[in-house]
Write a protein that binds this ligand. Structure first.
Ligand SMILES: *Cc1c(COP(=O)(O)O)cnc(C)c1O
Length: 364
């Protein structure tokens, strides 16, 4: 937290707006909207619920197919299953580690050939790195299949100077405790389409019809953000740009002092991308004697936590029976990669401790 969140939370308590309704929710939505091309925003209780609602709003039904990035956190794909739809996982390309546009097109063509055109594409910007958005949108437009951008890890990232989350039919953000800013738990769904977002707000508050009594014509959800959490979000949005700056500083620091080790490569921006570098991630050369797991275990012995990269969805037991289009990229990255400590409260000394530990391993 920064200095101002408590001020806004105190304001909530003074006005007694302790509910999934209240002025701070609207204020938080307004701030998010300003940051994102004045798109409409629905503040929700998680990024997962935002993905779930986006699929419902696009009319995805039980038995439908939905294309989805394989290299991601399970929350991207789980909502597809909530609906009873079938995820079809698409592997990555090495440049951004995100969905490979060629594989996506191949998958769509094959599915259309057998008479089963997919209903949506869930595109992730993993670790804050924007995907190959133009190429993905070209495919999406060619076959008229809408894109949901899972920008849960990419708040503050841009592609060709425009914010991630503003390219698809929907953008999804998360304010979970581990994300670049947090409301303890929370999320947002954004869209250029106002009608979609007002429907999202209606569905997220139990789909109550406009009647004095409680009348329901549709199944609803309890997915609205709490006003207390929204107040935290208002304060957090004030520090988003400084958090992005710090994440990028940490990334630069690691790169500067570790790039002398030939065996270590970083996930780097291409000319279109500005990443929030939510996490600094590395991959270890396959010929290296010191493996990613050696680094992780050594850091752990020093009481420093680092983590493997996300295990791709097409390798997860729970999605065993789901279709996938693979090219070995995410599998390979998972085998060789590592997330380095990237918390914005890290001091130079702490980052340097990680650097020195890794250097020591490679000097042996
Ligand atoms: C965190 C995350 C989500 C889910 O967000 P929650 O707010 O935790 O539900 C979805 N996708 C990705 C890629 C994430 O990292």
């Amino acid at each position: 937290m920064s200095d101002s969140e408590l001020k806004y939370v105190n304001d909530v308590f003074e006005k007694n707006w302790i509910a999934p309704v209240g002025p701070h929710i609207s204020k938080f939505e307004e701030i998010l909207s300003k940051k994102h091309e004045n798109y409409s925003v629905a503040a929700l209780n998680s990024g997962t619920s935002a993905i779930h609602l986006s699929l419902i709003l696009l009319g995805v039904k039980s038995g439908d197919d939905v294309l989805c990035s394989s290299f991601t956190f399970a929350a991207t794909a789980n909502p597809i299953k909530y609906i009873g739809a079938n995820p079809i996982f698409i592997d990555s390309e090495y440049d951004t580690w995100n969905m490979c546009p060629e594989l996506l097109e191949k998958a769509i063509k094959e599915r259309i050939e057998i008479g089963k055109k997919p209903k949506a594409i869930v595109l992730v910007h993993l670790y804050g790195m924007p995907a190959k958005i133009d190429e993905i949108l070209d495919v999406s437009n060619k076959f008229d299949i809408p894109v949901i951008e899972d920008a849960a890890e990419a708040l503050g990232s841009t592609y060709k100077k425009k914010n991630t989350g503003t390219f698809g039919e929907f953008g999804v953000f998360s304010f979970n405790g581990n994300k670049i800013i947090t409301t303890s738990g929370g999320g947002a769904l954004i869209s250029k389409n106002k009608k979609f977002i007002s429907k999202a707000k209606y569905l997220s508050t139990q789909a109550r019809d406009d009647k004095p009594h409680y009348e329901h014509s549709e199944i609803g959800y309890n997915y609205r953000l709490s006003n207390v959490c929204a107040a935290i979000g208002i304060g957090q949005m004030e520090v988003l740009s400084s958090r992005v700056e710090k994440k990028r500083y940490i990334n630069k620091f690691y790169k500067k002092y570790l790039s002398c080790i030939d065996e270590i490569k970083f996930l780097e921006e291409n000319e279109n991308n500005f990443s929030n570098f939510w996490l600094t991630t590395i991959v270890i050369n396959e010929k290296s004697k010191v493996k990613n797991e050696d680094i992780r275990l050594y850091l752990e012995s020093l009481n420093i936590e680092s983590r493997p990269l996300w295990k791709p969805m097409h390798l997860q037991p729970v999605f065993r029976s789901s279709k996938s289009y693979t090219n070995n990229t995410s599998d390979d990255l998972f085998q060789r990669g590592l997330c380095l400590p990237s918390g914005t409260n890290m001091s130079d000394e702490e980052i340097n401790t990680v650097v020195l530990a890794i250097k020591k391993l490679y000097a042996k």
